[in-house]
Design a protein around this ligand. Structure first.
Ligand code: KE4
Length: 428
């Protein structure tokens, strides 16, 4: 099948896939228009099949922190691939990647690799339930932790975008074990522990990236840690998006609160399917084959995928000031976007954390999902289209986060700012 334009490619794809895509947010339903079919990535840019270039702030939803097709990653992947793609057996590569991750997240003893963030968080929940012997989990409205049944209850990201906060097909018997609280609301979580004695874990995005970008207050995280300690529950930090992204140590680089379990994804795979969960030995050894919490995966720790992760993490760990550079660019971009909104008379709330940034067309600050839902999503959709037209590829949903990569050059930031100044005025 060869197509020369996005529209006909999308029409054809809709005959093959529901919605023409393989992950809902990619369908551009909440922003409208035709999603560009990407042909290639090059540093901070992606190019569609029509040859249009875009400054990419999606970066495969955060994974490509070094930019697209980074030579060291590609060369390493090719070299490993020539030795075979998958064995379903232990390799030194997964050990090497694990050592790199644990060298940064030093409070963790062991990891288990899986192939997606969904798998990582699903396993973390099962592990917490297995270790505590309890069934209930606490999650936060607007946080998204993948599409496993227990967690598709008032989820953020795609589900929030479609205004279907809980998914069909999730049996009530599953959903009833998932308790919901508002992000940054200590009293609400405390009430849940007062009412339920069988809470196995709290799972949270310590930097929430799936309701737009919303950061957890330090005292909120401290309160969660304290509630877990007092009640014998585990604290799970879902760092699938923020791990090695918000800082070298992800959200753990911004708080002194230590979780019991951390989940990883995206950046640790360098663009290929690697995700993981990690914890202290006594928790991790509850997993099969030592313990009785079952988990398995054909492609877990895949040699080609772990090679990409190793190549990426070696650069991230080995490049001094890399994260400071990224954060400075995020600061410059968000500052200029705020000014552009002000000049256009647009109410904008904008925030960054390391190389992650997000904004809401909203008159009031956003610290939880209910407030995020008050944002002007129609305005966001118009702005998104106006930026895409000017060669700037933002996440196609108000309830997502933008990312700065090492390849997002100062010139690209400058171009983005100029585009935003026009787009803000054009989409009043
Ligand atoms: P995956 O199963 O999509 O690899 O990871 C699920 C997941 C878990 N936890 C967090 C904090 C996540 O952000 C994600 C996935 N993120 C979305 C973007 N917001 C993936 C994009 C998509 O769904 O297409």
């Amino acid at each position: 099948m060869t197509f020369i334009d996005n529209k006909s490619a999308f029409e054809a794809a809709q005959k093959l896939f529901t919605g023409g895509i393989n992950s809902p947010v990619r369908a551009f339903k909440s922003v409208g228009g035709t999603p560009p079919f990407i042909d290639r990535g090059e540093g901070g840019l992606v190019f569609d099949i029509e040859g249009n270039g875009y400054i990419d702030f999606v970066q495969s939803w955060g994974a490509l922190i070094l930019g697209h097709a980074r030579a060291e990653v590609i060369d390493a992947v090719i070299k490993t691939a020539k030795k075979g793609l998958s064995f379903g057996a232990p390799t030194l590569l997964e050990s090497e990647l694990a050592e790199l991750i644990l060298s940064v997240y030093g409070f963790l003893d062991k990891l288990r690799f899986v192939s997606s963030g969904t798998e990582a968080v699903m396993t973390a929940i099962r592990l917490a339930r297995g270790v505590t012997g309890r069934d209930k989990i606490v999650k936060f409205k607007g946080c998204y932790h993948g599409h496993s049944d227990s967690l598709l209850v008032e989820a953020g990201s795609g589900a929030a975008t479609f205004g279907a906060p809980s998914s069909l097909g999730v049996p009530n018997d599953f959903a009833k074990h998932t308790l919901l609280a508002e992000y940054n609301d200590v009293a609400g979580v405390r009430r849940l522990f007062d009412e339920h004695s069988d809470i196995a874990a709290i799972v949270i995005e310590p930097i929430a990236g799936n309701m737009g970008l919303v950061c957890a207050d330090e005292e909120f995280l401290r309160a969660l840690r304290d509630l877990c300690d007092r009640n014998g529950a585990l604290l799970i930090f879902d760092e699938v998006m923020s791990g090695f992204r918000a800082s070298l140590r992800g959200a753990c680089g911004f708080t002194d609160v230590l979780p019991d379990i951390v989940t990883f994804g995206k950046v640790i795979g360098g663009g290929l399917p690697v995700a993981a969960l990690g914890a202290k030995k006594e928790i991790m050894d509850a997993l099969s084959p030592i313990g009785k919490v079952y988990q398995a995966g054909t492609l877990s720790g895949n040699p080609v995928a772990t090679t990409a992760g190793i190549a990426a993490l070696k650069i991230l760990i080995g490049t001094p000031d890399l994260y400071e550079t990224l954060e400075n660019r995020a600061k410059r971009l968000t500052g200029a976007l705020a000014s552009a909104a002000e000049s256009a008379g647009a109410a904008l709330q904008i925030e960054y954390r390391g190389s992650m940034f997000g904004f809401f067309f909203n008159k009031k600050p956003v610290s939880n999902f209910a407030q995020a839902l008050q944002s002007d999503t129609a305005r966001f959709a118009r702005f998104h289209g106006a930026m895409l037209k000017r060669g700037v590829y933002l996440a196609p949903s108000q309830f997502e986060t933008g990312f700065i990569s090492l390849a997002t050059s100062d010139d690209m930031i400058k171009t983005t700012i100029a585009a935003a100044q026009e787009a803000m005025r054009e989409t009043v």
